[in-house]
Design a protein around this ligand. Sequence first.
Ligand code: DON
Length: 307
Amino acid sequence: MSSAPAFQPVLQRIAQEIAQSPGRGRPADYIPALAACDPNRFGMAVAELDGTVYGVGDWRQPFSTQSISKVFTLALDLAHEADALWEHVGREPSGNPFNSLVQLEYENGIPRNPFINAGALVVTDRLHTQTGDASGTLLDFLRAESGNAELAVNQDVAGSEAAHGDRNAALGHFMAAYGNIGNPVPVLLDEYFRQCSVEASCADLALATGFLARHGVRADGTRLLTQRQAKQVNAVMLTCGTYDAAGEFAYRVGLPGKSGVGGGVIAVVPGRCTLCAWSPGLDEHGNSVAGVTALDRFTTLTGLSVF
Ligand code: DON
């Protein structure tokens, strides 16, 4: 019997608590298209392994997935080239902001992990080489897993990212100088900005993350990743998914998770369910203030964490 109904009162309680909490942080302002988001918006969804999904608040409102997309491109690239990827990107926490350049020179153009921007650029570059269409492959996957054929790139956000993309361009060119980028950097940047600008709701993203709770198995029962690979992606999310706040996220939430500057945060309870919370106000590390609090409350109230 499904235990999902038990989640609805928990979600409602969390939404009430969030509505009463004062501090919301500030929406990302380095991409003008994101700056206009209302920090008072809040939504949260829980998806069970069978695709049953529950939600509260703005859980069906599409938002900019931003760096959450990096989980899916990582999984898709691993599905294509397996461990060969790890010769080009590490899997250690960086302890630095997501767009930092400082470690790259010391470490010969090999980024610390796939979730800082440099590492995500390497993953997207490699996925583009494998598929000829990195952002299209991502969209196809998200549409299939969420069951939402409407998912799309927001062209305004992608344009805004490109217009303010000097740091990502610097990362791309720097790694190209080390031979760690295969495609022309402008092509890579276009794919990366499109990837970050895909819009999806909490419901869509909780469902799309389901393969990580099902140990690598997609919604249709086919396998994307081996059980070992799914374990590895979850582990990298736990240690690197929220950048230089990954320790604090593990301490508070106790789940593999991944944030984006659009205000979304996904999390995985392996073997049980997946979560997505959204609220656009961010802390100084780029993580959603209310989103992380909601996940913290969820694992505290339900006892569902990996610890
Ligand atoms: O690379 C960027 O600046 C963004 N498109 C993605 C950043 C992001 O979401 C980092 N996360 N917290």
